[in-house]
Design a protein around this ligand. Structure first.
Ligand SMILES: Cc1ncc(COP(=O)(O)O)c(C=O)c1O
Length: 393
């Protein structure tokens, strides 16, 4: 059998090797604390489950959905108006996604042709690069480095590449670096995209997981944003609905329309009971969002303060469900450190290099365990003796 070259990108990687070590340890009866994958473990609010169950008990809801129901589009428009102060036309500026991952993996197919240049952050959430790569893009990295507060430096993108680029993906609050972007970044971004005629995708998956009383808005609230691009949003983390696969693409009507055309050939729309649950999630009582934010904030405090107390120096993240830390002194690569950490401490973290070349020297820890388990993670990391003082680099 022969398979496509594009699949070479998805060969066995560090994740499978880490999972193998985890399974070997579990088979021997040794405990493993998994902080590697960002799979949220906070359940949805009762009202969302009730809406889903009610809709799921109706036989008429098992037909192909084909398209977004009017009430869902209205709900999404209402959500963006109340939460982000952004006006959207429900019929032309909103499209549901079967999880934002689905949209991110497909959208480039509707925008670029093979060989077109696409700008992606480095490090980045992998599908930002994988989606365009599947569409045949030539990828160019926009480094997010510590010395620049992990922000993309638009002024450092070479002129020749900016001229060739058709699409760029950006995302703050950022996975994996956890930082937010100031308003000036978005103003610059919109001017840059206009100057070079580049379509922008802004992924806003973590706008609700912002800590210490800070707030975060939407890319679409900046003047001109809708002229240049779209925002992706996800109900996975905000409402504990990761397995339900619910996301949205919102903004520029031409981009939304092309994505709808593409999706109408790929899927038959979101299961109708999920459309009901989604509408309930974004328009009902929002106190569950604050509860979720508080849960992640306390987990962050337990893990970061604990690790700092045992001598692993790191910044407390201001947002997201991750901690992004420099590897401790004495280790030369993030992969070697992650491998040794799971072997010696039984704690599974993701090496920064898995997110792109600029991720080297870091690891990402996902706050997907409760506080007691995170305290235990700190204890076993201390006991391993792998953290001796300052972080490296
Ligand atoms: C930045 C970012 N975007 C998108 C996603 C995927 O979200 P969804 O569950 O909506 O596909 C994730 C998941 O971890 C993410 O971190």
């Amino acid at each position: 059998m022969r398979f496509s070259k594009r699949m070479d990108r998805f060969g066995e990687g560090i994740f499978s090797r880490l999972a193998e070590i985890k399974n070997q340890k579990l088979a021997k009866g040794e405990p493993v604390i998994d902080l590697s994958i960002g799979a949220p473990n906070i359940p949805p609010a009762r009202r969302i489950l009730d809406a889903l169950c009610e809709a799921a008990s109706r036989p008429e809801n098992y037909v192909y959905a084909i398209r977004d129901q009017e009430y869902l589009l209205q709900a999404a428009a209402q959500w963006y108006k109340t939460r982000y102060q952004v006006e959207l036309d429900p019929d032309t500026e909103i499209c549901s996604l079967l999880g934002s991952q689905e949209g991110l993996s497909h959208i480039a197919l509707s925008i670029i042709d093979g060989g077109d240049a696409v700008l992606v952050p480095d490090p980045c959430y992998p599908v930002f690069a994988d989606g365009p790569a599947l569409a045949g893009a030539e990828l160019f990295y926009m480094p997010q480095k510590k010395e620049n507060g992990y922000l993309i430096q638009l002024g450092e993108i070479p002129e020749e590449i900016a001229r060739r680029a058709r699409l760029m993906v950006v995302s703050y609050p950022n996975n994996p670096t956890t930082v937010m972007a100031p308003d000036s970044f978005y103003e610059e971004l919109i001017a840059f995209a206009k100057k070079y005629d580049i379509i922008v995708i802004h992924d806003n998956a973590y706008s609700e997981l912002v800590f210490d009383g800070k707030r975060c808005g939407s890319f679409l609230r900046f003047p001109g944003a809708k002229d240049v691009g779209v925002e992706f949003n996800s109900l996975s983390k905000t409402y504990g609905l990761a397995g339900a696969r619910i996301g949205f693409c919102l903004g520029n009507r031409q981009v939304v329309s092309k994505l709808k055309d593409l999706k109408s050939n790929l899927d038959y729309g979101m299961f109708l009971p999920l459309q009901r649950a989604a509408a309930e999630a974004i328009t009902g009582d929002q106190s569950c969002v604050a509860d979720t934010r508080r849960a992640y904030e306390s987990r962050r405090n337990v893990l970061c303060d604990g690790l700092k107390a045992i001598g692993w120096d790191m910044d407390r993240p201001e947002a997201t469900m991750f901690v992004w830390a420099r590897i401790p002194e004495g280790f030369t690569s993030s992969e070697a450190f992650a491998m040794e950490l799971v072997e010696r401490a039984g704690v599974l973290v993701t090496p920064g290099s898995a997110f792109g070349p600029s991720g080297e020297g870091h690891v990402r820890m996902a706050l997907v365990q409760d506080e007691k388990t995170l305290e235990e993670a700190v204890r076993v990391i201390a006991a391993s003796g792998m953290v001796s003082g300052k972080a490296s680099l």
